[in-house]
Structures are given as C-alpha cells and as structure tokens.
Unconditional design. Structure first.
Length: 260
C-alpha cells in the first residue's frame, strides 16, 4: 500500500519506523534496512528516509562522521533511486552543514541519470534558501562550466533563494546573460520571472536588469515577468497586478528607454 493510501495515524507510524530503521542502520553499521527505504518505489517513503537521515545527522554528533562514510558508499550504488535518495539526504544535511557534503553535489552534478541531477537541483534549492552563503559560493564555480546542462542546473538550483532575496542571486544570473545555449537561456529567463512576483522583488529585479548589457535577453525576461503576473500564471499570488507591473517597468527600466 502506498504511503498516502494510509490514514494519518498509519503514516506517522511508518515515519517513526523508517526513522528508527535509519538510526539503527547507522548505529549498528549495517545498511540493509536503510537500503530498503532508499530504493523504495514510493517517492514518499524515500522522502521520509532522507528526511530521517537529516534529522539523525543534526541531532547525533557522534554519528556524523560515520553517516558521511556510509552515504559516500551509497552514492556509488548501481540503483539510481539509492543515489537519488543519497543526494537528497546530503541536501537535508547541507541546509545546516553544507561544508560537510559539498563533494556529494560535485559528484551528483555529473551523474549519468537525470533523477540524480534533478536531486542536486532540488537540494541546492532548499539549501540555498536555508544556508545561502556557502551554497551560492559553491554555485559560482559552475556558472561557466563547459557542460551546458551543469550551467542550466545551477541556474535552476539557485532560484528558490531568489524568490525572497533576489539580490542574492541576481549577480550570479547576470553572469549567464550571454550564454548561447537555448536551454540555459530559457532557464535564465524562467528564473528571472520566478523571482519577480513576491512583495518588493520586482523593484530589485528591474533595478539589476538596468545593469545588464544583453538587451535582447533583458527584453525576453521582461516579457516573462509580465506574463508571470497574468491571470493564466500567478496573478493570485503576485504582489502587483499585471498592469501595475507594466507601469513600473515602463517607468523604471532604463534599457527600454534607451532603446526608445
């Protein structure tokens, strides 16, 4: 039976049992039970497992060194679900101890399987929101990587921090403004739209775009920002109406004025 086919009390019992299985695996240095959960077909079982690992790491200092050793071993497992859950476990740890798990993301970025690379993106999002300084410093190292997918993944990964603090990621995004790869450019425009619609964010995004040199890219970003504020997108969640956004851009975007 799938996790969400259970009632609330049954789900809590499963969560408690998975936590105990993970803790016991580390304490007894036997990963058999841990692997059962890490490889489970049910996404929510795997999520419960990697969240449990994060909780155990954060509350059991004596186990931290061993946990990292075991996770490094699991990162080489042939099962992509195990590797994916391992990266997500590292993401839980990295929200507070990013320096301990940097190597996991250096490896995961180049995994052959897309689910592991997606787990890196998801982890960078949640780590960047909670622990931005070291995570963004790490991300800078990959902004100009020769692999276009790495550049795209980094761009996507830093998005969540930008939704509340666009000023933290705009300098990194700016470095991608002349990227010639379509997928990178599309992701960049998407992220600029996503970090524009919360209260106080549009002003920061527009102000920063005034310093960008790629006018065609800026115009694409502006089109996306306006569209994000439309009824078909996020109008129910935006701080400003679409008309207010258009008016603000017309008044404050210097590039549009320079293009006359």
């Amino acid at each position: 039976m799938a996790f969400y086919d259970l009632n609330k009390e049954e789900r809590q019992l499963v969560v408690n049992n998975i936590y105990e299985d993970c803790l016991t695996s580390f304490e007894r240095k036997n990963l058999e039970k841990l692997l059962v959960h890490f490889s489970n077909e049910d996404t929510y079982i795997r999520k419960t497992a990697y969240q449990s690992v994060g909780k155990i790491y954060n509350s059991n200092f004596r186990l931290q060194k061993d946990i990292l050793v075991y996770l490094k071993e699991l990162l080489e497992n042939e099962n992509e679900k195990v590797r994916q859950t391992t990266i997500n476990s590292a993401g839980e740890i990295g929200m507070y101890y990013f320096e301990d798990v940097i190597s996991f993301f250096d490896i995961g970025l180049f995994d052959d399987h897309h689910s592991i690379r997606n787990a890196v993106i998801g982890s960078v999002k949640k780590m960047g929101e909670k622990n931005p300084k070291p995570v963004l410093e790490w991300a800078k190292n990959y902004l100009h990587h020769e692999d276009k997918e790495v550049r795209r993944e980094i761009c996507h990964g830093i998005e969540l921090r930008g939704r509340k603090h666009p000023e933290d990621i705009l300098p990194l995004l700016k470095e991608l403004q002349f990227d010639e790869t379509k997928r990178v450019r599309t992701t960049l425009v998407h992220v600029l739209g996503q970090i524009s619609y919360k209260k106080g964010c549009l002003q920061k995004v527009v102000s920063h775009l005034n310093t960008w040199k790629n006018k065609a890219l800026v115009q694409d970003a502006i089109d996306e920002i306006v569209d994000v504020h439309s009824e078909k997108r996020y109008a129910k969640f935006t701080a400003l109406t679409q008309q207010e956004v258009i008016r603000y851009i017309d008044e404050h975007l210097q590039i549009s004025k320079n293009n006359g």
